[in-house]
Design a protein around this ligand. Structure first.
Ligand SMILES: *Cc1c(COP(=O)(O)O)cnc(C)c1O
Length: 395
């Protein structure tokens, strides 16, 4: 591929002749201002106020989740999601090394240990095949019905797959394996709002899940997250421990749990409500961009990553697969020198200082991806939004 053809194509597509085109910036084209001002005028800007509940309801409706509980960011939501699934100190959590660092960090907050299992090349998410073979070799069921690591004696307290760049992993197969081994499933769905697996929204396949609304995600609250669950008791507990676990009373300060104060503010929720109202449009426009990228890369020797079978991906961050690490580095240098932001996929979490000692399965696919995958600009193109309105596409 001729790199300057690529940067020229990105400039033309994003209608930007000379600015720095970043990976993913937010768009505020709906009721965000109105709701924010309303929240300020109401004087409820902090942890009490109607926008938190409204935002939670809107997320539940959009995803089809029975319950949605807001948190101050996606990492906090994932921390709570794992606590709700029953993860405790000195237990082990199986996850993928291909992820943003928050996944491993949230496991560690509990005092649990990450165990890394490989991903599939076709989804970039946790591989059911690799998970099965890892458990076959390493798991033993004890009298309590739970699976334990036969090397360390610790319980496998959860499996946490991640839907990489918004592409759903093979979540049904993973759920089936978790069921058989009696290991709770917690989805890190931080990147996958709007992404469906066989028509069902990601985050609805396990015991709990976490979404993120960081500034670079498909929709944002500035900083924010959401815990999803289908279990009423867990939803109530989530609300209880993301606040101060206060026992209801007119004036007494009684608390019955060391809670986390992970609440989302009413201001953030007001912003989020304005955003979620446009989420489906954002996904649609992002998928229009995908068609353009497909056409462009079809004429090159570079593979453009497309959504896995049976999935509707939000294509949060578009990704390409380069020939090898050398070509990857040349591409990163050229594009970032020429005003088009690109980023490599994350360094495998198991290679980072904090997680070097963790147990790993065979990570051939993860390493292959680390050497080749690069994210390219993926923001919602606002001109296309107004063009679509003119053409009546949202009617
Ligand atoms: C964004 C993200 C999170 C949560 O991030 P916050 O910035 O805390 O909202 C967690 N896991 C993954 C994989 C993410 O991409």
């Amino acid at each position: 591929m001729n790199f300057s053809d690529f940067t020229a194509f990105v400039r033309q597509t994003f209608h930007d002749d000379n600015g720095f085109i970043i990976l993913h910036d937010p768009r505020f084209i709906g009721n965000e201002r109105k709701y924010l001002l309303d929240a300020m005028d109401s004087n409820f800007v902090s942890s009490v106020g109607e926008y938190v509940t409204k935002f939670e309801t809107a997320i539940a409706e959009y995803t089809g989740s029975k319950y949605a509980v807001a948190a101050m960011n996606g990492t906090a939501a994932l921390h709570i999601a794992m606590l709700l699934a029953g993860v405790k100190q000195n237990e082990e959590v199986i996850t993928q090394p291909v992820s943003f660092i928050a996944t491993s960090n949230a496991i560690t907050y509990i005092g649990a240990k990450p165990v890394y299992v490989d991903v599939d090349k076709e989804t970039m998410g946790l591989s059911p095949e690799k998970l099965e073979s890892f458990l076959k070799e390493n798991a033993v069921k004890h009298a309590d019905g739970c699976s334990y690591n036969n090397k360390t004696g610790r319980r496998f307290a959860a499996v946490v797959p991640m839907h990489t760049f918004g592409h759903p992993c093979l979540i049904e197969d993973i759920a089936e394996i978790c069921e058989r081994y009696n290991i709770p499933l917690v989805e890190d769905a931080a990147e996958s709002i709007g992404s469906l697996y066989k028509g069902k929204h990601t985050g609805l396949f396990g015991k709990t899940a976490a979404l993120s609304f960081n500034g670079n995600k498909v929709i944002t609250t500035g900083g924010g997250g959401m815990i999803l669950t289908q279990d009423e008791k867990l939803a109530k507990l989530a609300k209880h421990i993301t606040t101060t676990a206060k026992v209801p009373h007119r004036w007494e300060y009684n608390h019955d749990y060391t809670a986390y104060n992970y609440r989302l503010t009413n201001l953030s929720a007001a912003l989020g409500l304005g955003q979620i109202e446009n989420c489906e449009k954002f996904v649609l426009i992002k998928r229009e961009l995908v068609e353009k990228y497909k056409e462009f890369f079809a004429k090159t020797d570079v593979k453009f990553f497309t959504e896995p079978k049976d999935c509707r991906s939000n294509y949060w961050l578009n990704a390409i697969i380069l020939k090898d690490r050398e070509e990857r580095d040349k591409f990163l240098t050229y594009t970032n020198d020429n005003g088009v932001m690109t980023r490599p996929i994350w360094v495998l979490n198991n290679k980072l200082d904090m997680y070097k000692g963790c147990q790993c399965g065979d990570l051939t696919n993860s390493q292959w991806l680390e050497d080749r995958v690069v994210n390219i600009p993926s923001s919602v193109i606002i001109d296309n939004y107004y063009e679509n309105i003119k053409q009546g596409k949202y009617n």
